[in-house]
Design a protein around this ligand. Structure first.
Ligand SMILES: [Mn+2]
Length: 242
């Protein structure tokens, strides 16, 4: 049994298939996907529908899935008394959320979601609603924490369950920091192109018991990555061309 991890597919269905072909999952293998499956890239629903057919995929939630779950039921709803009340609230929190989601590339997700029949839409909402906040695995006696962004407002004494979802999916990991002596944290969310002292920008970055695996699949000259925790082997799609 081997354990693989991927993150930030961002609707890049073809890159996803390319990497899946490279890692050739066996039935006994596991593939953890650390969120941000959707938005920005062209085929978010194709990515999700493929994941839904793969029993060995274990999905973890990212900030884009959080935005999707907060906004989509509202956007697809009819105008009801309740939705009008939501719009009428003084702070109009739902509008802020929709604007934030728009700023973060929601259009391909909404377009493709709209093309699904009602039953598939419900299946997708149910599936994404079950993504976990984080996962812990031990491979070759090394402990790994798998989480989308990192541990915001970190404190060594803080229990993992005491982190808020925002702290896990939005706040960027500090790759200069060794969070734990005995646990390696695997994160997405921050493209490794943006890690200041990364000598291999756009490829998997390892430092201080951190592994950063978002290689910017939806950005020009970025790529989708996977890592095998058993061997440390890295797998990459072809580069993204705009
Ligand atoms: Mn993210």
């Amino acid at each position: 049994m081997a354990v693989y991890v991927m993150s930030d597919i961002h609707g890049e269905y073809e890159k996803f298939i390319e990497v899946l072909e490279k890692i050739t999952l066996k039935d006994s293998d596991k593939l953890y996907i650390l969120g941000d499956t959707m938005d920005r890239g062209p085929h978010p629903m194709k990515v999700l529908l493929k994941m839904m057919q793969m029993p060995n995929v274990i999905p973890i939630i990212g900030n884009h899935e959080v935005m999707f779950m907060e906004c989509m039921p509202f956007l697809m709803g009819e105008i009801t008394k309740e939705s009008l009340e939501a719009l009428d609230e003084l702070d109009a929190e739902i509008l802020d959320k929709i604007l934030t989601w728009q700023y973060n590339g929601f259009l391909p997700t909404i377009k493709e979601f709209r093309g699904l029949d009602t039953e598939k839409q419900k299946d997708v909402l149910d599936y994404v609603g079950e993504f976990t906040a984080y996962e812990e695995v031990t491979v070759n006696r090394v402990n790994y924490l798998l989480v989308h962004a990192g541990l915001g407002n970190f404190s060594p004494e803080k229990e993992l369950d005491d982190y808020t979802l925002d702290e896990l999916v939005w706040e960027r990991a500090d790759y200069e920091m060794k969070y734990f002596e005995d646990t390696v944290i695997v994160t997405g969310h921050t493209p490794t192109q943006l890690i200041y002292d990364n000598p291999r920008k756009g490829y998997i970055y390892r430092n201080n018991n951190n592994i950063a695996i978002d290689c910017g699949a939806c950005f020009e000259n970025g790529r989708l990555a996977a890592i095998c925790l058993d061997t440390g082997e890295e797998f990459y799609s072809s580069d993204k061309k705009l």
